[in-house]
Ligand binder design. Structure first.
Ligand code: TC6
Length: 674
């Protein structure tokens, strides 16, 4: 299970041989112990290299061995023997060095890693703490804050990050064992005391309490998020109807109408949930493409999960009459109000009595759709997020006439589909997209004032979003928002010369997004957006000098002077305006609790989970601080109403900034007065 061989005259090479990932089973530990002993006692051997066979260093302890009676040598004395060895020991790390595998590498005197290696202490994901010295050695090597982060998240890091942290001494692109052997030869006979990590003092930090407090805050945010996820299931409506007074109807057979990207994803998600689906698309070509796409997605999913695909549950039709006897319809046709109104009229005429009519609209007025039907109480929104079979979030939207039973049914169906469903009221953009609007608006204003897409995205990504606002907009397509702004009469042709008006409808408006679209830059799909992607459909964002020139010319045309903008301002303006909108939504009763908003943002919009969600984050930062900063920015930008602190924020601060779970007492009072 571990083999000693001799290379380059004086190097003892110990190879872990426990396929496939060289875990530290009893036999492997025994093998390492014996090989080390032999190498150290052999006068010919002047240095030792430890590696794993088949391109994997070691995936840690053998999880299958965990239990009350672990046999074989204990790992702790084994790694101690390596550290005290009087010959240099070099770890040649390839593939993975995880858990006990990384701890083994930490006891070596030097670490050489291949550039594709992943390293980490993932014990926390198994309910454990690193038990073979990791908690003691890592802080002495890379410092307390970085160690805390790695140990408490279990995150795997790349070799490049490990090098930057000082966790490995050298990263190679070529043969790792060769590099490690050469390195071992170069350090033979050198003193080893400074290389023994356990002998180093634990770093002293003047602000250690603050470091631990920050980690505790993350833990609190994760615990909050855990409970928030469950709390959203206990939904309520302004009428007082709620989850425990409303009974869901069974949905055995559902229809999906319109098989574009969203309709296909919804069909897959329903089929995977075991619901029989009637998939309707009037265009023959689109119908055939959808059939193939859905089939391939279900096949792939089945292969990954090891269950048989659920294709038998789906029937396809190009005739809308096929929905006549289903229990529930999800409409997913183009986002065009008059088209959707027509579809709802048809559905109301065709479907059997009692069929629930749902729309996947992301922003249109649900009441308009309901008013086209004989039974508006049977109409609700089911707003899925793309790709609909992957994304966890579902906004279930109730209109002014939706019955509690309809909401309960959509919520239960969402649960059956493995979604985290949140019941929300019918306002423009519902909860998620409504809050996104001021966030995006601020990012445009920041560009006008001197920022770049890179600067804004960097601040947001360092905060924890997987993508900053501009990279995210390029991914979802800039033309979508452009179409909506044109329909709203906001986006006017800008052209290359002439006057640009920044005040529209009495409030500041930035036409920067419209200008990009006028140039055919719709984001990744056209290969050009706020960044360049090399080709249509490209994924890797690169800075684009064209955008910098555009921003300079634009500022010159408007007589704006660029000023330095720091990350703090980016975060405050983008995040606090989004938070303010969330508080308005609570104040107006379109969300029933801060947990609803936070779950929507964490599961639908990439808000970092360890920051709880926008409402939780606001309470962590301090509501008084959020209020003070919004007041400050609103004073200097009075034509930007989204920066004006809402009434609820003022009231919460006046009530002593209670923790999130106590906000309901105040929001209820305001909502009752509505
Ligand atoms: C006191 C000491 C304290 C130490 C504590 C620890 O180290 S705690 C441990 C901390 N370490 C971890 O948590 C690391 C957990 N492992 C991983 O993250 C991944 O396996 C990987 C990234 C190493 C390789 O990914 P990949 O997609 O290339 O491959 P794959 O995932 O398909 O695995 C291949 C086969 O190996 C098996 N197997 C794997 N690891 C272990 C294990 N530790 N044990 C047993 N078996 C393990 C896996 O079940 C599979 O078996 P199958 O189905 O073929 O019979």
């Amino acid at each position: 299970m571990a083999q000693l061989s001799y290379v380059s005259g004086s190097v003892g090479l110990i190879t872990l041989q426990n396929p496939p990932v060289n875990v530290l089973s009893a036999a492997t530990r025994q093998g390492i112990m014996e090989s080390m002993k032999k190498a150290l006692n052999d006068p010919k051997v002047k240095s030792v290299v430890i590696c794993g066979q088949n391109g994997v260093f070691c995936a840690g302890a053998d999880i299958k061995e965990f239990g009350p009676n672990i046999s074989g040598p204990s790992i702790v004395p084994l790694i101690y023997d390596i550290e005290v060895a009087n010959k240099p020991v070099v770890a040649a790390i390839e593939g993975s060095a995880l858990g006990g595998g990384l701890e083994l590498a930490l006891t070596c005197h030097y670490r050489i890693a291949h550039s594709k290696t992943r390293l980490g202490l993932p014990e926390v994901t198994l309910g454990l703490l690193p038990g073979a010295g990791g908690t003691q050695l890592l802080p002495r090597l890379i410092g307390i804050p970085a160690s805390l982060e790695l140990i408490t998240t279990g995150r795997h890091i790349t070799a490049a990050e490990a090098l930057q942290l000082g966790l490995v001494d050298h990263v190679t692109q070529s043969d790792t064992v060769d590099s490690a052997v050469k390195f071992a030869l170069s350090v033979e006979g050198e003193p080893l005391d400074s290389r023994r990590i356990s002998k180093r003092p634990c770093p002293h930090l003047p602000d250690l309490d603050a470091v631990f407090e920050a980690v505790m805050q993350k833990a609190r945010a994760l615990q909050y998020s855990f409970f928030a996820q469950r709390a959203v299931g206990r939904w309520s409506m302004p009428s007082g109807a709620s989850w425990n007074t409303s009974k869901a109807r069974p949905v055995h057979r559902a229809a999906v109408l319109g098989l574009g990207t969203m309709g296909r994803g919804i069909t897959v998600a329903l089929a995977q949930a075991g619901v029989s689906v009637v998939a309707v698309e009037i265009q023959e070509k689109q119908l055939n493409e959808a059939r193939e796409h859905v089939y391939a997605t279900l096949e792939r999913g089945a292969q990954q999960s090891g269950v048989s695909p659920s294709c038998a549950n789906i029937t396809y039709s190009h005739d809308i009459q096929a929905v006549a006897d289903v229990d529930l319809v999800i409409e997913a046709v183009l986002e065009d109000l008059s088209l959707k109104e027509k579809v709802f009229q048809q559905l109301s005429a065709i479907c059997k009595p009692g069929t629930l009519l749902c729309s996947n609209t992301s922003s249109l007025d649900l009441n308009c759709l309901a008013s086209q039907t004989k039974n508006p109480e049977l109409v609700v929104g089911m707003h899925f997020f793309a790709p609909a079979h992957v994304m966890k979030l579902l906004e279930v939207v109730y209109g002014s006439k939706s019955s509690p039973e309809a909401v309960a049914t959509a919520m239960q169906l969402g649960k059956k589909m493995g979604k985290i469903s949140v019941a929300v009221g019918n306002c423009r953009g519902f909860v998620g997209n409504r809050m996104l609007k001021p966030y995006i608006e601020q990012s445009y204003f920041l560009l006008e004032e001197g920022a770049t897409p890179e600067l804004v995205d960097k601040a947001l990504e360092e905060f924890g979003f997987p993508m900053g606002v501009f990279r995210m907009s390029d991914l979802s397509g800039l033309d979508v928002g452009w179409r909506v702004r044109k329909e709203d009469g906001l986006a006017e042709p800008v052209g290359t010369s002439g006057q640009i008006t920044r005040l529209r409808g009495g409030r500041r408006y930035s036409p920067l997004g419209d200008i990009l679209c006028e140039h055919g830059r719709f984001g990744q799909k056209t290969g050009l957006g706020w960044y360049q992607y090399g080709r249509p459909g490209g994924r890797v964002a690169k800075s684009d000098p064209w955008v910098f020139n555009l921003l300079e010319e634009y500022r010159a045309r408007l007589g704006l002077t660029a000023r330095p903008i720091d990350q703090q301002e980016v975060l405050e303006r983008c995040l606090y305006s989004l938070i303010n909108e969330g508080l308005c939504i609570l104040e107006e009763g379109f969300a029933s609790s801060p947990e609803d908003i936070d779950v929507i943002y964490v599961f639908g919009y990439g808000w970092p989970k360890h920051r709880g969600g926008p409402m939780f984050y606001a309470s962590m930062v301090g509501l008084a601080t959020v209020l003070e900063r919004l007041d400050h920015y609103y004073r200097s930008n009075p034509d930007v109403p989204s920066l004006k602190p809402c009434k609820l924020l003022r009231q919460l601060v006046a009530s002593g900034s209670p923790p999130v779970h106590k906000w309901k007492e105040i929001t209820k009072k305001i909502q009752n007065r509505l």
